[in-house]
Design a protein around this ligand. Structure first.
Ligand SMILES: Cc1cc2nc3c(=O)[nH]c(=O)nc-3n(C[C@H](O)[C@H](O)[C@H](O)COP(=O)(O)OP(=O)(O)OC[C@H]3O[C@@H](n4cnc5c(N)ncnc54)[C@H](O)[C@@H]3O)c2cc1C
Length: 440
């Protein structure tokens, strides 16, 4: 008898035929071998923080929460750390800090598993920095027949290159080796600035600090800009009271209340949205990098995020603003704009191009479809690539032309998982059936 599983946002659910909690690679391999022998499907769920059904299955669901240890270090200057794939980012960050190390860049929460985060090309912001998967220099993977493959920069490096962003479709990742950096502090400065000035100088603004992002409530004149700069200065964190006020009360409790009112009284939503914008404040602090990057998120929402060429971002933002003014139900959340460097991972959303990210959100239980569909059709005009873990309406047919190395991925998939053991409804939609698309 299966156990119902749902994701963080609560918009995806599944009833797997079996739930497994292996603690070793050998156990994972045995589960895959048995399932594949019976023609059943297998899927790992990480932190369940994807908004899509990418981690859902009616087959066998595995949680690697019991595989969360740091296994050892090595590599050039001792910067490489090998971890079990189920480790959550919050544990990883503490373990790395204890070793004098850190991830070079992170997104805005720390609840994901490392394998789940890299599988979807999870990213932070920083014009000179890639997504989390770009730090991976080694992996251990259980493939479709239950065999265990190891890959690193020297051994089967072609597999490593492709498997870093695998959408959970190539196999079960059991170990990951990350190339880290020495631990660092970030100087965070948050300001309120006119949107027109930010978009008119977009390139300069986004290259103006190591990590820059901004939040804009469509319809508002001003936006909140966050600039995080690496610093040798010691930490000057917020007081506990200030942290509770900003992160718990303003960003979660008060924001959640405002969103609930907006959901109940849709006509008041535009005024509510303005209230949310005006509540954003300016602040400055220095802290350990991961403590600046991530924040608690308790107000549930759904999200879509597109990567587009950097120079298209200002125009795309203007078009999203025009779209919002025509919506019957305006968004209660601001749009978020980030950037990242190009990389060479076939199915990374930043493959081959420096990317600007435009993320749109809507409060859970509030209409979002016409908003997200409208944004998606704008992003289509820029050859947009949707975040694999966030809502979108694309299919293999619409996506294949947007990834120059699409075929390389499909060939590896056909080799590692010829029976489609790791397929689910999401991979059927966005990748198509295994083998159908493989070329010898
Ligand atoms: C509040 C919130 C904030 C977010 N912030 C950001 C952000 O700042 N930047 C960003 O880019 N994204 C962000 N995301 C999206 C999130 O990072 C991704 O969806 C990520 O994939 C979630 O990781 P997870 O561990 O929860 O994986 P899951 O959602 O559980 O799974 C994602 C995929 O990984 C696969 N997977 C998991 N473990 C393994 C394994 N061991 N082997 C093979 N495949 C595996 C799953 O099968 C599935 O295909 C956010 C999401 C939420 C809800």
């Amino acid at each position: 008898m299966g156990v119902s599983t749902k994701n963080w946002a609560g918009n995806q659910r599944c009833l797997p035929q079996g739930v497994h909690t292996p603690t070793t690679t050998a156990e994972v391999a045995a589960i895959v071998r048995t399932a594949a022998g019976a023609g059943e499907r297998v899927k790992v769920i990480g932190g369940a923080h994807s908004f899509t059904d990418i981690a859902m299955t009616d087959g066998n669901l595995l949680s690697l929460d019991g595989m969360n240890r740091v296994l050892g270090g090595g590599g050039p200057d001792g910067l490489d750390v090998t971890v079990q794939a189920g480790i959550r980012l919050y544990d990883l960050n503490d373990e790395l800090a204890a070793r004098g190390l850190a991830m070079p860049n992170l997104g805005d929460i720390d609840q994901q598993s490392i394998a789940g985060a890299i599988a979807t090309a999870t990213h932070g912001t920083g014009a000179g920095l890639g997504n989390l998967a770009t730090t991976v220099v080694g992996m251990e993977i259980v493939t479709g027949d239950g065999s265990v493959r190891r890959t690193d920069e020297h051994d089967d490096s072609d597999l490593l290159s492709v498997a870093r962003v695998g959408l959970g479709a190539l196999g079960i990742v059991t170990e990951v080796t990350l190339r880290c950096v020495p631990t660092f502090n970030l100087h965070a400065v948050e300001t309120i600035e006119p949107l027109a000035a930010v978009t008119a100088n977009f390139d300069q603004v986004m290259h103006g600090a190591d990590h820059v992002e901004f939040f804009w409530m469509p319809g508002a004149r001003r936006c909140q800009v966050k600039r995080n700069t690496r610093t040798d200065r010691p930490a000057e964190p917020q007081s506990k009271m200030a942290y509770i006020r900003d992160k718990w009360i303003a960003e979660n409790l008060a924001f959640g209340t405002v969103c609930r009112v907006g959901r109940r009284y849709p006509k008041a939503a535009p005024r509510i949205a303005k209230l949310i914008t005006s509540a954003a404040s300016e602040r400055e602090l220095i802290d350990r990098s991961d403590r600046i990057f991530s924040s608690p998120r308790h107000v549930r929402f759904v999200e879509m995020e597109y990567g587009i060429p950097l120079d298209a971002v200002p125009e795309a933002i203007e078009r999203v603003g025009a779209l919002v003014s025509s919506l019957p139900f305006p968004p209660l959340f601001p749009i978020e704009v980030r950037v990242s460097a190009a990389d060479d991972i076939p199915l990374s959303t930043a493959n081959g191009r420096p990317s600007g990210w435009i993320a749109v959100h809507q409060y859970i239980g509030t209409p979002y479809e016409s908003y997200f569909q409208g944004v998606e059709s704008i992003m289509d005009d820029y050859d947009g690539r949707p975040h694999w873990g966030k809502l979108h309406f694309q299919t293999a047919a619409t996506l294949s032309g947007r990834y120059p190395e699409w075929q390389r991925f499909q060939n590896v998939r056909a080799r590692l998982d010829p029976m489609g053991t790791f397929a689910n409804a999401y991979t059927d939609r966005v990748l198509g059936p295994v083998n159908d698309t493989a070329i010898d």
